[in-house]
Design a protein around this ligand. Structure first.
Ligand code: NAP
Length: 284
């Protein structure tokens, strides 16, 4: 039994009630603390309404660090004293650090995704053409991080083209295209090295957001959805011999970056990955 005392450092995740209930972050971080012998714990806090009073209250009560998940990442950006790095570009926060009394907001989603690409899929982002489907928080983080990592072109496909166009300011010098999801055709897909589903489509068995037969064999496909672990998009790609992965790798790497921000220690990736997989299996 884990011993918790007045010295135990507390970290937490603030998110919507449904998201905190199914979050894999408590399993990953608690396993990591235990593996490194750190007297730290991580707990979920479901918040249905405005998350700012909850975030400020938790900081006031002495938490050492926070994660923020859907639907509160944008509001969390207004709860901090300072936004750092990607959080400033994207305007959303998934990790909060308390540094010398100051509340600092970070966003590790985009960098977590790039680490997953490079380390787990062996795909270096320099010079690639990427297509991201969706124009929400995750798509914003990916567009900014892929551009910063040197992607040559970034296309954003969304059901609302004005929302897709709104991501142009995030991509710096990379080439940019915005299109409707229904406009994804052979021409739009033929030059893509990487296609990412950054919408919730697939969580409830929805079919892939574009015609899979349009894909060429050299493309890499990532579905940010990881529950179910094999989404219809991933399944359809694999059936055609196309490299496709779910979003668990991104989740793991964004968590590892947050862990290091809080503790200063290198995250035990294998321990965290095993904890996430075990938790997913427990959820069914
Ligand atoms: P978000 O900010 O709510 O954005 C969702 C995006 O998906 C929006 O562009 C939205 O379009 C679009 N969308 C929603 N339903 C759609 C539908 N039926 N058809 C077409 N487009 C639809 O959410 P998010 O934070 O970006 O997350 C997106 C997905 O990525 C979620 O499934 C989330 O769980 C996953 N995610 C995974 C990780 C990870 O680490 N693996 C991290 C972050 C997010 P509208 O704006 O028109 O509604």
């Amino acid at each position: 039994m884990r011993r918790i005392t007045g010295r135990t450092r507390i970290t937490a995740i603030v998110g919507g009630p449904e998201q905190t209930l199914t979050s894999l972050s408590p399993a990953m971080h608690n396993a990591a603390f235990e593996a490194l012998g750190l007297d730290w714990i991580y707990a979920p806090f479901p918040v249905a309404g405005d998350p700012i009073p909850a975030i400020r209250g938790l900081v006031e009560a002495g938490v050492q660090g926070l994660n923020v998940t859907m639907p509160h990442k944008t509001a969390a950006a207004r709860s901090v004293d300072r936004l750092e790095g990607m959080a400033a570009s994207v305007g959303a926060v998934n990790t909060i650090e308390i540094r010398a009394g100051e509340i600092v907001g970070h966003n590790t989603d985009g960098m977590g995704f790039v680490r997953f690409l490079v380390r787990d899929l062996g795909l270096r982002p320099e010079g690639i053409s990427a297509m991201v489907i969706g124009a929400g928080g995750a798509a914003r983080a990916l567009a900014a991080a892929l551009a910063q990592a040197g992607a040559a072109t970034i296309a954003i496909a969304a059901r609302d083209p004005s929302k897709a166009a709104g991501l142009e300011s995030l991509v710096g010098h990379a080439g940019f295209t915005a299109l409707r999801i229904e406009e994804i055709d052979g021409g739009a897909i033929s030059g893509a090295d990487l296609i990412v589903n950054a919408t919730p489509l697939g969580q409830k068995g929805e079919k892939p957001p574009f015609e899979i037969d349009l894909l060429h064999p050299g493309v890499t496909v990532v579905d940010l959805v990881y529950h179910p672990s094999v989404t219809p998009l991933v399944e359809a790609c694999r059936a055609r011999g196309i490299l496709a992965q779910n979003g668990l790798g991104m989740l793991l790497h964004q968590a590892a970056l947050a862990f290091t921000i809080w503790t200063g220690a290198e995250a035990p990736l294998e321990v965290m990955s095993a904890a996430a997989v075990a938790e997913l299996a427990r959820d069914g």
